[in-house]
Design a protein around this ligand. Structure first.
Ligand code: GDP
Length: 318
């Protein structure tokens, strides 16, 4: 299979499929474009949670239990921050801290996030290309009923996704440009894969930052390379995280169909779980080709199995 693929990914769900694709595709045939709308500053450090989750996962350094942070982590710094009266709602493991320290000092020197990510990947032995969606700062702001607008990590980690969501805003979106290499990777790709990431706060920021959704019709992609999405909603629920809760709070019944509707007119093919097979006619009515699979990626074998299904599906669309 010599397909050239661009994968759009958030953290947990995105990293799982990206990992599966990386097991099958050679480094020159896979580029992963990652959400940076979750990025924020904490204790003076620039933190890029989705980028780190994808990198740690592909490098085999990720913590398989938490879904974030590093395996074999220790917490000396966090314990001592607490002792000194510092905030610890966003936990920074000791090994993880090295990433944030190095990234922050290099950003301060003027290096771009994409150049830093490239060098970190090399140091961690990652051969596939991982690019942040933008080198500009475009933080996701969550508008909530109870607390008004909250920066994403304040909503997600500090408030544990409890406030009721009213909407989202991507600060500075008007002036944001895709990172170096993003446009070329998309233009050169045989297909774009939208990973099973949160459509509201992982995929929407990537589409906004890369202008992929609005510029496709205008010929941003030189060939009509198909765009394929995999549903993060299985049986009306998210595997992990607040995606289903967000749909409900925005007045939409969470389902694979709801995810497909969000990508209507943009996505050519939609893959969803066998437990949702009954939704197929309605999804096809949106003008999408469909594939039904076992989409739960329990372990590395599951990631590879789903990645193979995705590539098989893409072959039928070319
Ligand atoms: P975040 O940025 O860390 O929230 O991660 P993502 O946005 O990339 O991923 C969150 C989404 O991944 C959730 O909506 C989950 O339902 C979805 N997800 C996680 N694991 C799986 C899986 O094994 N299969 C599918 N289809 N979706 C998954």
């Amino acid at each position: 299979m010599n397909l050239k693929i661009v994968a759009l990914a958030g953290g947990v769900g995105g990293a799982k499929l990206a990992h599966g694709l990386a097991k099958i595709l050679s480094p020159e045939n896979l580029t992963i474009i990652v959400n940076t709308g979750d990025d924020f500053e904490h204790h003076g450090l620039y933190i890029s949670p989705d980028l780190d989750t994808v990198c740690y996962t592909l490098a085999g350094l990720a913590n398989p239990v938490t879904g974030w942070g590093r395996v074999n982590e220790s917490w000396n710094a966090t314990e001592n921050i607490a002792k000194l009266g510092g905030q610890t709602w966003f936990q920074l493991g000791d090994r993880d801290l090295a990433t944030h320290l190095m990234r922050t000092s290099r950003l301060k020197k003027g290096d771009s996030l994409s150049a830093i990510t490239h060098d970190f990947c090399h140091a961690w032995g990652i051969e596939h290309r991982i690019i942040p969606m933008t080198d500009d700062y475009m933080p996701t702001i969550v508008d909530t009923v109870e607390m008004g607008e909250l920066p994403f990590q304040e909503y997600f980690v500090h408030q544990r996704c409890k406030p009721t969501v009213k909407g989202f805003r991507f600060e500075g979106v008007e002036s944001v440009r895709p990172a170096e290499g993003v446009e070329k990777a998309i233009n050169d790709a045989d297909a774009v894969v939208i990973c099973p990431s949160n459509p509201w706060v992982s995929i929407a920021p990537i589409l906004a930052a890369t202008k992929l959704n609005s510029t496709r019709e205008a010929g941003f992609t030189s060939k009509k390379n198909p765009i394929v999405a995999l549903s993060p909603i299985i049986g009306g629920e998210a595997v992990k995280g607040p995606a289903a809760k967000m749909y409900r709070e925005l007045g939409i019944e969470p389902s694979a169909l709801a995810v497909a509707k969000g990508y209507e007119g943009f996505v050519d093919g939609f893959i969803f779980d066998k437990v949702d097979a009954v939704l197929e006619p309605e999804i096809q009515n949106l003008g999408m080709k469909t594939m039904i699979i076992d989409s739960y990626m329990k372990d590395i074998n599951g990631r590879e199995r789903v990645a193979k299904d995705v590539l098989k599906f893409i072959h039928t669309l070319l």
